[in-house]
Design a protein around this ligand. Structure first.
Ligand SMILES: *[C@@H]1O[C@H](CO)[C@@H](O)[C@H](O)[C@H]1NC(C)=O
Ligand SMILES: *[C@@H]1O[C@H](CO)[C@@H](O)[C@H](O)[C@H]1NC(C)=O
Ligand SMILES: *[C@@H]1O[C@H](CO)[C@@H](O)[C@H](O)[C@H]1NC(C)=O
Ligand SMILES: *[C@@H]1O[C@H](CO)[C@@H](O)[C@H](O)[C@H]1NC(C)=O
Ligand SMILES: *[C@@H]1O[C@H](CO)[C@@H](O)[C@H](O)[C@H]1NC(C)=O
Length: 507
């Protein structure tokens, strides 16, 4: 059976919280384990929300282990897979709960018109796969689960040092016992088991009508400017891992800080040894990301150091290694194929894509000198890349966000671009950037001290937080820069000159 989108009804299993990547569809998966199926179904929910904009029912932010807030938009079925019919169910969420309460249920069909809920606990059985897929599976257990060969999804291994395991089944069991494991790779020849708990960037589908609390909570810093571990000095870039660990580029302190939720103090995880150019030092880490595959930080060390460096997170590594040197880097982002994208300012005004180890990279945006034409950029700061490798750029001094489709020779303005200003049609020195699966743009409109949302194709944005003048109150910013969402849709903003990170809960 070839599963094709759109179909819906994935009820998220505990331990399977990760929204997956789209290319899973393209594989000929005839028989798939529950973990993979759940993953594919979740992808379908996300994708169908993209495709199904005509509908008033939308898949909302995926909450990993709960049915609350889970909404399907139509009665779409996978033929031949109904097991039971339960009448008189009132709503989607109840149907989802029923599914979660049934052992082996991996999906459900709900009909709004008839209010019928059909949990699915089987996708048929007894056939063998052909080609690159999997032979035999047991939907409810790992026993009997056999993969044909060392079938991998490139770039998605989480554990670089695979755990030694005797067979497929124990690898499967290990996956099931690991929080967040969505799939695994097992190599019969080397008997290696690699768990996958991440498919790269968190891809969120934030409902179009989502709102956030207007008052932020300080989750890091906020204790004046300084170099203690509960302080920042001009923090900039922010990255949040799936377990909600934050890493923050603490620029003027020359260090990267890590904060777990609820911490009152951060931990220095890179730099902090003075601001010169030794390998154990950072000058101004303006952006940082976590590369899960190598369990390392990738840092743009700006200003005097002009380099992109990598620091292992595995032990308290005392120094970084230079990945790219002599580069006026600013923003960093990694796509799901592990390409690193780096923006460059100071005359270059371009974004390049690198394979790790590659020093020169490939131009993907700008590169035609500093300017305001559609094929130019003027101080590209933070960047974002989506699943199609479309690059979104905060084109800071052009006061716009511009996107470059893969292979494009010029960009398309997707927010601002009408000159500096504070009208809803304008931006003023945009920085942090995030794009959800609907193509909605979230941007830190820095000089306007607000965060804006621009729906796909919109000619003007809306202010989602801030916009209450420059200040240090809960609903104000003093130059918001880095911006990130956690997978629940909560918004985090680095409030640079207030030396703090603010969290705005989704309502
Ligand atoms: C699947 O393949 C296995 C091994 O070749 C074989 O024993 C089994 O009968 C096959 N099952 C079906 C339904 O064809
Ligand atoms: C931290 O700040 C204090 C006070 O400004 C200063 O004396 C000290 O040298 C700083 N420490 C580091 C590691 O920069
Ligand atoms: C941890 O650090 C030690 C000493 O620097 C090094 O020998 C070892 O390989 C490191 N381990 C990992 C997993 O990076
Ligand atoms: C990288 O760029 C340098 C300088 O332009 C050039 O000499 C070198 O050949 C390039 N390397 C590759 C692999 O393209
Ligand atoms: C939100 O913050 C403003 C400004 O500090 C304050 O006046 C207001 O009472 C706060 N509202 C809530 C609900 O906390």
């Amino acid at each position: 059976m070839l599963l094709e989108p759109p179909f819906e009804g994935a009820c998220l299993y505990p331990k399977k919280p990760e929204p997956p990547r789209r290319r899973w569809y393209n594989r000929k998966i005839f028989f798939i384990p529950v973990s993979l199926l759940a993953t594919i179904l979740i992808t379908a929910v996300v994708l169908s929300a993209v495709l199904g904009s005509r509908s008033t029912h939308k898949a909302s932010v995926l909450t990993a282990n709960m049915c609350d807030g889970f909404v399907r938009y139509e009665n779409l079925d996978i033929e031949g897979n109904d097991i039971s019919h339960v009448d008189g169910v009132l709503d989607y969420a109840t149907c989802c709960s029923i599914c979660q309460a049934i052992y082996g249920c991996f999906a459900f069909t709900y009909s709004p018109s008839s209010q019928q809920c059909s949990p699915k606990i089987s996708i048929s059985s007894g056939k063998n796969s052909t080609g690159d897929a999997i032979t035999g599976y047991n939907p409810n257990m790992c026993g009997g689960f056999v993969r044909k060969d060392n079938w991998d999804i490139p770039g998605n291994d989480l554990l670089p040092s695979p755990v030694q395991q005797p067979d497929y089944a124990s690898c499967c069991s290990q996956c099931q016992a690991t929080y967040g494991c969505i799939a695994f790779t097992y190599s019969p020849s080397s008997q290696k088991c690699s768990l996958k708990t991440s498919m790269g960037n968190v891809i969120l589908n934030i409902p179009a009508d989502a709102q956030w609390k207007q008052n932020g909570t300080t989750v890091a810093g906020g204790n004046e400017r300084g170099n203690a571990t509960n302080q920042f000095d001009r923090p900039y870039g922010l990255f949040i891992d799936n377990d909600q660990t934050m890493v923050i580029g603490d620029c003027s302190n020359g260090r990267v800080m890590q904060w777990k939720m609820g911490d009152t103090d951060g931990k220095v995880v890179a730099g902090g040894n003075g601001k010169e150019n030794r390998l154990d030092q950072l000058n101004c880490p303006i952006d940082v990301l976590i590369d899960k595959e190598t369990d390392s930080l990738i840092i743009c060390d700006r200003d005097n150091n002009r380099r992109v460096v990598r620091w292992s997170r595995r032990n308290d590594t005392a120094q970084g290694e230079i990945l790219i040197d002599n580069i006026d880097c600013y923003g960093l982002v990694m796509d799901d194929q592990k390409y690193l994208y780096v923006s460059q300012t100071e005359e270059k005004d371009e974004v390049r894509r690198y394979q790790i180890g590659d020093k020169n990279g490939t131009l993907v945006a700008g590169g035609n000198g500093q300017g305001v034409s559609l094929n130019q950029l003027n101080f590209p700061s933070y960047i974002f890349v989506d699943q199609e490798q479309t690059v979104y750029v905060s084109d800071t001094d052009n006061h716009r966000v511009i996107k470059w489709n893969k292979g494009a020779t010029e960009g398309i303005v997707v927010a601002g671009g009408e000159g500096q200003g504070n009208a809803l049609t304008r931006l003023s020195h945009p920085h942090g950037l995030f794009v959800d699966t609907l193509g909605t743009i979230y941007v830190a409109d820095s000089s306007n001290n607000r965060v804006m949302r621009w729906s796909k194709g919109a000619k003007q944005g809306t202010v989602i937080v801030g916009g209450n003048g420059l200040g240090a109150r809960e609903n104000q910013f003093n130059y918001p820069v880095g911006l990130f969402f956690d997978r629940y849709g909560n918004l985090y903003v680095v409030d640079c000159w207030n030396h703090r990170v603010q969290r705005f809960s989704i309502e």
